[in-house]
Design a protein around this ligand. Sequence first.
Ligand SMILES: C[S@@+](CC[C@H](N)C(=O)[O-])C[C@H]1O[C@@H](n2cnc3c(N)ncnc32)[C@H](O)[C@@H]1O
Length: 283
Amino acid sequence: MSEPRDTSSISFTALYTGHVWTRDGISAPFFRTRGGAFLYGALAPFEYVGRHIVGGNIRTFLLQRHHLIDHRLHQLIESGVSQVVEIACGLSPRGHRFCQQYPQLTYIETDLPDMARRKQQLLKEHQVLSDRHRVMPINIFAEDGELSLDHVLGQLDQSKPVVVITEGLVNYFPLPVISEFWKTLATALKAFPQGTYLTDNYPLYRGMPFYRTLKVLGNMLGAVSRSQVGFHFHADDEAINHFKQLGFDDLKIHNPANYYDQLPIPETRGNPMVRIMEAYKGS
Ligand SMILES: C[S@@+](CC[C@H](N)C(=O)[O-])C[C@H]1O[C@@H](n2cnc3c(N)ncnc32)[C@H](O)[C@@H]1O
């Protein structure tokens, strides 16, 4: 068994996003961490400039992506899905919120071992873990063994549909690297009658007003998280063809701007930076 790629230098970013969720009231207060509060404070001046000069900041696109993933997940659950795996869950409150709201739901939260341990401990302390709400370690680059995607999906009822989520993960890797994971996922989802994959993505559409801002933000994030932040796809068709080549049957791309009248999300001046991609695999 080969050792999977070590990408734990990215994990601290989950403290920052975790703090955004608590600040915005979509998370329980126990997800608040000192590290998150510190990072949030440190970025406040940039956030101010972003909001007032560029017309959108990090907080804006984080909230857009989080609410939009929630919205699609609610709709999928209402249409009959009862199993969810959230990969790279960090300190996201989604598993906790959805399990409280839907008693029929099985929800497995997963992250690298250290972050998974931290999340597990937090949920245990607050007595919100149960047989149907669990935390497991994973490494999306593990080909086999306890940390592999197959092992996590093997915990579920494979006669029922499943939703897999990654939020705040795919842009930390160049396209060929994250595509290895997407291909493994498309293959693994064949075991289920239906598999839906929801992820955020920051595309670089040519002529986009934020083109340069995104490049600068990406370089900064790549430096602090010691990763190769990448922007995937220059056009929707490119993304759709790519996912089909990797083995998915279909890909829909949701633009937050089309949801301003339905969701409590901040609006961006101009075209938003983030998209939610929804890939589908039938058996
Ligand atoms: C920006 S945080 C996002 C956390 C959470 N999804 C949110 O939106 O608040 C990125 C997360 O990816 C996790 N991560 C990094 N590399 C990973 C890998 N190879 N496999 C699984 N998770 C990974 C980190 O530990 C971290 O929790």
